[in-house]
Design a protein around this ligand. Structure first.
Ligand code: HEM
Length: 503
């Protein structure tokens, strides 16, 4: 037995020794590239503290930068090296560059070391299916999504006859994943536990695996990736997704022989049709499975988080429940409470509440991140070298236009009131992007899934508002403070919301 273990002992010792040696060399040689820009906090404290402040309170660090260097580009020291933050006005300049010159996807991929986590994969088929096909078909899905949401609450939630604590992070993950899958892979696959598990875990593995791998110097990552369980899972997730998708794909190709078969009208079909019409030879079932995982990664966690933030805002401010509930009941009463496409458009109070919630708790305090793929010179003379990532400091509430009223107050009906002004009915919507609302990004490459997300969030919130009362567990006073992870704004997972059935 010893003879079998002996070589593997030496092999692992040698590997560990090599990794340790390379780590020390890499640390010694590591020299982060500092830009000729003002640096937030550099005079006050040492670099290690600054870096960990960025991880835990990037919102505070960016406010410091904003107050000290107003309207000036500044940099912040982060564990990934210095990061450049632009005043919002530069978004106007950068949006003039196309995605091959200033790329949001490449910036995102770099953040999560996409060449290892597999998200460094840009696809016109995927973008077209979301930007064109999904958005064109939004209206036809309302009933399907509502049906899926109701089914999910009935099967996944406890009865809630009395006040019942609900782990929103867990339960809403399922609701959003299933309701999205109804449109991404259709029925019945949207109820397949294994598929849902695979599509939500892939995103988590990418985030966590990427963070763990980033702790290693770039030279060591080719080896280090094999020591990180999430990285191993990512490799398996792609194969698993394909295996799970194959029976559905086979069924669909058999159906093609049936002259009476009706089109499915879901993301699988749109992607297949796009590949056919563009003659893309690199598209196959494996690629389809990959694109499904990437779409789920972009869609599910972001939408779930927006709903949790809105529910926290609602539970902390119960005075909004009655008007929002009444709006939904009033709009749907002629249709026995069943939602239709135009009902979602008519829910202006809910739309306003969602937008205000997102203004206070955006997905990130620095959206519009772009990787310069070519050298770019800004109007103030600052040169962005190719390969550099920049982002805008997009969450300075004081920058809101004066007509919006007190920018720091939570006014759930702020945008409802603005939209009630003559000529402004179609402005200030949750899914609208503008210079003053960059939560979904800005310009041509702003989030293409935001209209779908808006509908999903409305359908789920409308279901909750018309079926449950909600409140925070005892002891929670006011709106729980958000957690920061770098620029990402997360809802405090330690606070529990209670649900009680009302009908
Ligand atoms: C509340 C939910 C969501 C939030 C907060 C959100 C936020 C964002 C943001 C901030 C960006 C970057 C835009 C920019 O830099 O200009 C983005 C890009 C993107 N989002 Fe979303 N998103 C959400 C839902 C979705 C959904 C449901 C989908 C898919 C159906 C989706 C697909 C994408 C894609 C593909 C991109 C990259 C676009 C490109 O590079 O052209 N997102 N999202």
């Amino acid at each position: 037995m010893n003879t079998i273990q002996f070589p593997s002992f030496w092999a692992s010792s040698l590997a560990a020794g090599t990794v340790l040696f390379l780590t020390i060399i890499a640390k010694l040689l590591q020299k982060p590239k500092i830009f000729k820009l003002p640096t937030v906090g550099i005079d006050a404290t040492d670099a290690t503290i600054l870096k960990s402040r960025y991880v835990q309170e990037a919102d505070v660090v960016l406010r410091e930068g904003y107050e000290k260097f107003k309207n000036t580009i500044f940099q912040v020291l982060t564990p990934d090296g210095p990061r450049i933050f632009l005043p919002r006005k530069y978004a106007h300049e950068l949006k003039g560059y196309n995605r091959h010159q200033a790329s949001g996807m490449k910036a995102l991929s770099d953040r999560h070391i996409g060449n290892y986590t597999t998200i460094d994969h840009e696809s016109d088929i995927m973008l077209g299916a979301i930007k064109i096909d999904l958005n064109r078909n939004l209206g036809t899905f309302v009933a399907d999504v509502e049906d899926e949401v109701a089914y999910c609450f009935e099967t996944q939630f406890p009865p809630c006859d009395d006040w019942t604590p609900i782990d929103l992070h867990d339960k809403l993950l399922r609701v959003v994943a299933q309701a999205s899958a109804r449109i991404f892979v259709g029925s019945p696959m949207c109820r397949d536990d294994a598929w849902l598990d695979c599509s939500v875990k892939f995103a988590t593995d990418v985030m966590t695996g990427g963070e763990k791998l980033k702790q290693w110097h770039p030279w060591l990552r080719p080896i280090a990736q094999y020591f990180i369980p999430e990285m191993a899972r990512i490799r398996g997730d792609h194969q698993r997704a394909l295996d799970l998708l194959m029976p559905e794909l086979k069924k669909r190709s058999m159906e093609l022989n049936d002259l009476n078969h009706s089109p499915r009208n879901d993301m699988i079909e749109w992607m297949q049709e796009r590949a056919k019409s563009t003659g893309d030879k690199s598209f196959n079932n494996k690629e389809l499975a990959n694109l499904q995982m990437l779409t789920a990664t972009a869609a599910i966690h972001t939408t779930r988080l927006a709903i949790i933030h809105a529910l926290y805002d609602l539970a902390a401010r119960p005075e909004y429940v009655e008007p929002l509930r009444n709006e939904i009941l009033e709009i749907t009463k002629g249709n026995n409470g069943v939602l239709q496409k135009q009902h979602l458009t008519q829910m202006r109070m809910l739309d306003s509440f969602m937008k205000e919630s997102q203004r206070h708790s955006p997905p990130s305090v620095a959206t519009f991140q772009r990787k310069a793929m070519i050298p770019i010179d800004l109007s103030n003379g600052f040169h962005i070298p190719a390969g550099t990532i920049v982002q805008c400091n997009t969450n300075m509430l004081d920058e809101a236009p004066a007509e919006w009223g007190d920018p720091h107050a939570f006014d759930g009906f702020r945008f409802y009131k603005l939209r009630s002004r003559p000529g402004d009915a179609n402005k200030y919507q949750f899914a609208s992007t503008s210079y003053d609302s960059m939560q979904f990004g800005f310009g041509n490459d702003a989030c293409p899934g935001r209209f779908f997300a808006s509908n999903q969030i409305k359908i789920i919130l409308a279901y909750i508002l018309t079926h449950y009362d909600i409140k925070f567990e005892d002891g929670v006073v006011g709106r729980p403070k958000n957690f920061m992870f770098e620029v990402n704004v997360l809802a405090d997972p330690t606070k529990m919301v209670l649900f009680k059935k009302i009908c």
